[in-house]
Design a protein. Structure first.
Length: 581
């Protein structure tokens, strides 16, 4: 990739201490004011209200008791905020772990789960110190969409028993086909009261999201369901009837039983936990970066995630990771620093100390309703359809990953999906090479200017205080998307308009297009217009399919036209021109 503007002086590589300094330390060094604390208190309280029912629901769906989900949110969430590399990350139990945790509990029991969680934490810490966090970003976008949608389907199916209040003749199978067969065979045992509670929970959450989006819909739905269960003595399972309630406080830390043989048996589960936790947490941090314009420290974040999983397991919790929904809630609620995440853990601890007895009345059907909503939100339906329409290759990758997640194994799905993405990239490279055999492999400056296909270096533009021009050269795919996205973010912070020249880009994949979409959202938030020039019709179509369109995004035929228009807009109005039809 080339920049037309003056090449910045090379920056010294960050030291080991700088790479692994928690954002909390950075924030305190910069100065922490009372206004920041007030904003963090409000955000921490909002997130804690969201996390309270969610943590219990995820733990129950994972085959554990509801208190273990709360311990995970309190201990894991606290450590992630104290040690993490993101200002906004909120940690706790995640829906993505449900299928892995449930399978581990089924095979090895709770003690095995705790040991696997600690082993996963150690693996994540080692990966962070080896600086492997950067490489996790290379996972293609269709793979993440595929396994996320697959997890959503599994979560939905896992909640049908409590959603309908079914009475099963035996233990519910883990595999999805036998599970559905048993559920169908037991369909004559539907509990209409449980079904009404579950549907009512969904209606309340959806209604409040539409009419009162600032209200904590999940908490309100759970409280109303608990009150109905207690006052009306509803004939359905509750947390009290199945689990005996939750304790008022944290347990004493203890090590799970372990041996070399047991650790060897649990190693595949630990690796799966570490892989998914790393992907989930770094995706969450990237989402927070896109919403705020900040940048996280990926390797520091991995170390924090590892420490959080070890700490969570010591207190009887399950797998912890950065959670996209709660992190986004933190940002929207005005959280400014990791102290919001710390306070979220403190508020959760206060809640269980004060209100633990009331949790016994929460119907399991209400928690099932919450998880059905989570599954619906997780499914990434729009992204799935966009990938299906963008190219047959992306469609194959997302479908294979999705089907393997649902019917086989999550780890296998990620590995196979990544391999397919690499094969697809190689195939696309051969196609590009075949097309370009008819043309010179490179154009010198004279040919560039004569053909008009590429813009040449202009010394005046190199020092332009308003407009920066960036040329991306070569294949723009999942392997280069993270680096280019970070570079564009840095450049956009320094200028009033950004021109991106795509004349030297033979193709983009869905990961790259999604990266440009994220850069565009961040730039629009800060009032920086983006001009995309000389993109081929195929490249432009894929970019637009992935949301690189709308306010602040302008497609132009040449760099000169874009620069002139950007300078005029910045000089006269300070805003971008309307996109060309």
């Amino acid at each position: 990739m080339d920049r037309f503007s003056k090449k910045p002086q090379s920056q010294p590589r960050p030291s080991f201490v700088e790479l692994f300094t928690p954002k909390l330390v950075t924030v305190l060094r910069e100065g922490y004011r009372f206004d920041d604390f007030r904003a963090d208190v409000i955000a921490g309280l909002v997130v804690a209200i969201v996390a309270l029912p969610l943590s219990m629901a995820i733990a129950v769906a994972s085959g554990a008791t509801p208190d273990r989900g709360l311990y995970t949110a309190i201990v894991g969430g606290f450590l992630i905020s104290v040690l993490g590399g993101s200002r906004f990350q909120i940690g706790g139990p995640a829906g993505a772990f449900i299928i892995l945790v449930a399978a581990t509990v089924d095979r090895h029991g709770i003690d095995g789960l705790l040991l696997a969680t600690m082993m996963a934490g150690a693996i994540m810490m080692i990966g962070g110190y080896l600086r492997l966090g950067t490489y996790i970003k290379f996972i293609p976008y269709p793979v993440t969409v595929g396994f996320t949608a697959g997890i959503a389907v599994i979560i939905f199916v896992s909640q049908l028993k409590d959603f309908f209040g079914l009475s099963l003749p035996g233990k519910e199978p883990g595999a999805i086909i036998p599970k559905l067969e048993m559920l169908w065979a037991s369909s004559d045992s539907v509990n209409s009261v449980a079904l009404a509670v579950a549907l009512g929970t969904i209606v309340i959450i959806a209604g409040l999201k539409k009419w009162r989006p600032s209200w904590p819909g999940m908490l309100i739905a759970v409280v109303l369901a608990a009150l109905a269960g207690a006052l009306l003595q509803l004939p359905i399972d509750s947390i009290g009837s199945r689990f005996g309630g939750i304790p008022q406080g944290l347990p004493m830390p203890r090590l799970p039983e372990f041996s070399l043989v047991k650790m060897q048996a649990l190693l595949p589960d630990a690796v799966a936990f570490a892989l998914l936790g790393s992907i989930e947490s770094l995706l969450s941090a990237v989402v927070a970066d896109g919403m705020t314009g900040r940048r996280h420290r990926s390797n520091c974040e991995l170390v924090a995630q590892g420490a959080a999983n070890i700490g969570s397991a010591l207190f009887g919790g399950i797998c912890a990771t950065g959670t996209i929904a709660r992190t986004a809630t933190n940002v929207r609620a005005g959280g400014r620093t990791p102290i919001a995440g710390i306070l979220h853990a403190v508020f959760l601890l206060s809640f269980i100390i004060v209100a633990a007895p009331l949790a016994s009345y929460i119907p399991l059907a209400a928690l099932a309703g919450i998880l059905v909503v989570i599954a619906w939100n997780m499914a990434e339906k729009h992204e799935f359809m966009t990938l299906a329409q963008s190219s047959r290759g992306d469609l194959v990758v997302v479908l294979v990953t999705f089907l393997l997640t649902v019917f086989r194994d999550l780890t296998e799905a990620i590995v196979v999906g990544f391999a397919l993405g690499a094969v697809l990239f190689i195939h696309r490279m051969t196609q590009v090479a075949a097309i370009e055999t008819e043309l010179p492999p490179a154009l010198d400056d004279v040919a560039d200017r004569a053909s008009g296909d590429r813009s040449h270096y202009d010394g005046h533009l190199a020092t332009d205080p308003d407009v920066v021009i960036y040329r991306i050269s070569g294949a723009f795919f999942f392997g280069t998307a993270a680096a280019i996205g970070a570079a564009l973010d840095r450049i956009g912070d320094q200028r009033n308009a950004v021109v991106i020249d795509f004349s030297a880009v033979p193709f983009v994949d869905s990961t790259a297009a999604n990266t440009i979409a994220g850069v565009a959202r961040s730039a629009h938030k800060h009032g920086v217009p983006i001009y995309i020039t000389t993109a081929s019709p195929t490249v432009q179509q894929l970019l637009m399919q992935h949301g690189v369109s709308g306010p602040g995004i302008n497609y132009r035929k040449s760099v000169a036209e874009a620069v002139a228009e950007a300078k005029s807009a910045v000089r006269e109005h300070g805003i971008s021109a309307a996109p060309a039809p």
